[in-house]
Design a protein around this ligand. Structure first.
Ligand code: COA
Length: 189
């Protein structure tokens, strides 16, 4: 079981085939996939196979289980994924079961993964996207240090109510991350 990050309340670790039921259950709630697929469950064996294969192709990156320390249960996942072999600007993503929402978990884990991306993996930039109307995800991106970059209209396979308002991209560069760390140290936060 390879742990990639540990926070106050979460263990973030590589996914294993035994985790499949937890991710099937996660996607079975249409509210969880509402702003991603419009309520359609995505997870299946083929997807699991791709996630596992990505660890070989991009060590250090990929999809990771978020395990709540208190309960020992998988409460969701994060991803930090490059788009190609030379990509040092991975995309951050997250998905949690509804009972875990609103407790700061997505922000807590995202911050740890952003720190790891710069400090351990040596990336130059981390970015994330969401539907413009997805207030909670936008807030997680902001609280994780990412800055608003642009509004755009992505070409997605699913029609989602509200997608006419477009998508947003947020990102943080290495320079911004270093500056934020210096400021936090100075302010003692
Ligand atoms: C988006 C998601 C990951 C957020 O996870 P979370 O653990 O609840 O996030 P956090 O608790 O760290 O932070 C959520 C923030 O959004 C705010 N928020 C919640 N709903 C909101 C809304 N409709 N509009 C604006 N802000 C909202 C919360 O108040 C909180 O901000 P605060 O700490 O300043 O009060 C979670 O809702 C989820 O898994 N959704 C389903 C999957 C998904 O949509 N993933 C993202 C795809 S882009």
């Amino acid at each position: 079981m390879e742990v990639v990050a540990e926070t106050e309340r979460l263990i973030i670790r590589r996914i294993t085939p035994d985790d499949a039921p937890a991710f099937t259950q996660l996607d079975s709630d249409p509210e969880v996939t509402r702003y991603v697929t419009g309520g359609v469950a995505e997870f299946d064996d083929e997807r699991l196979g791709r996630w596992l294969a990505q660890y070989e192709r991009w060590p250090g990156y990929g999809f990771f289980a978020a395990v709540e320390k208190e309960s020992g249960e998988i409460i969701g996942w994060f991803h930090l994924r490059p788009e190609g072999d030379d990509d040092d600007q991975p995309e951050l993503g997250y998905r949690f079961r509804k009972t875990a929402w609103g407790k700061g978990y997505a922000t807590e884990g995202s911050r740890a993964l952003v720190d790891r991306a710069f400090a351990v993996l040596g990336v130059s930039r981390v970015h994330a996207t969401a539907l413009a109307i997805h207030g909670a995800s936008r807030r997680v991106m902001e609280k994780s240090g990412l800055r608003f970059i642009r509004l755009f209209h992505g070409d997605w396979p699913y029609q989602i109510p509200g997608d006419e308002h477009g998508d947003v991209e947020y990102a943080i560069t290495r320079e911004e991350w270093e500056e934020d760390r210096r400021r936090a140290e100075r302010d003692g936060t």
